[in-house]
Design a binder for this molecule. Structure first.
Ligand SMILES: Nc1ncnc2c1ncn2[C@@H]1O[C@H](COP(=O)(O)OP(=O)(O)OP(=O)(O)O)[C@@H](O)[C@H]1O
Length: 263
């Protein structure tokens, strides 16, 4: 079976800094791949290249065998890539429901005329968007209020809504940038279980994550970056035992976790 995502020798430089310097990995349907590495290793820059927020200096990105390298973020999203952000990017004044609905208009098929004249087609599809939004909020296990502005919610709830919004696009590939950051223990457990249910939908997941307990439990493969370079790739067990990985984390910042911890 061909890969959902193929990243080949991806590179991006900012002035003299090679933020990503030769990253290659594949992700297949129903696979969860983690990208780990110390702060500043280049993980988010890699996500930004894959999703079109940055134009790679070299290398290629293929989605279901088709090159999406350097395309605009909206085109890459429409092609089937959804993402969440390290610092949430929701519309703070829109309601929970409208934030999720906003994620769906990419593939809505409504015309301006439908929207202006509120045609039956428009009303039908608006009702459908609302139903779908509720369905995805249920799917992620969101139990908070749905008609209030998102800015009123606790951080963990906002993160759930961001994942619901990404899922509502029904993409083949979901990129999660530090989904466990700021979550408490039980929220992390629910996230782990959610990742497994997303996998069952047939969606491929790539996650950047510092919580090594979560990474080791949820991922099939782990890609390790340090100073822009890919220093290891393998199963969680292989990566944990890799001397280059242990070395990279020993030179880490105080607040980073070591991959052989079970936290
Ligand atoms: N837009 C940019 N302009 C200049 N330098 C950048 C830009 N984006 C990233 N960098 C640099 O690229 C390097 C990699 O940063 P990046 O944010 O990708 O790392 P990261 O692995 O995601 O780190 P963290 O775990 O802290 O989020 C860093 O040195 C960073 O300062």
């Amino acid at each position: 079976m061909s890969a959902v995502l193929e990243v080949k020798d991806l590179q991006i430089a900012f002035g003299g800094v090679k933020a990503v310097d030769g990253l290659s990995f594949d992700v297949h349907a129903k696979q969860i791949v983690a990208v780990i590495g110390p702060n500043g290793a280049g993980k988010t820059s890699a996500f930004n290249c894959i999703t079109g927020f940055y134009k790679p200096t070299a290398g290629s990105v293929l989605l279901n065998g088709n090159a999406i390298t350097g395309k605009r973020p909206a085109d890459i999203a429409a092609a089937g890539v959804s993402r969440t952000f390290q610092n949430l990017r929701l519309f703070p004044d829109l309601t929970v429901l409208d934030n999720v609905r906003a994620g769906m208009h990419l593939y809505g098929g409504q015309s301006w005329a439908d929207a202006i004249f509120h045609t039956p087609r428009f009303k039908r599809s608006e009702a459908w968007y609302t139903e779908e939004a509720h369905r995805w909020l249920d799917f992620v296990g969101y139990t908070g209020p749905r008609g209030v502005p998102i800015r009123n919610l606790a951080y963990g709830q906002q993160k759930q809504v961001e994942i619901a919004r990404a899922l509502a696009r029904k993409s083949d590939l979901l990129l999660l940038d530090e989904p466990a950051a700021g979550l408490n223990y039980s929220e992390k457990q629910r996230l782990l279980e959610l990742c497994n249910r997303i996998r069952e939908l047939g969606t491929a997941i790539v996650l950047i994550e510092h919580d090594m307990g979560l990474v080791m439990e949820v991922s099939e493969r782990v890609v390790v970056m340090n100073f822009g370079k890919e220093i290891a790739e393998g199963t969680p067990a292989q990566v944990k035992a890799n001397p280059a990985v242990i070395e990279a984390y020993l030179g880490r910042d105080e607040d980073e976790e070591v991959p052989h911890g079970d936290a």
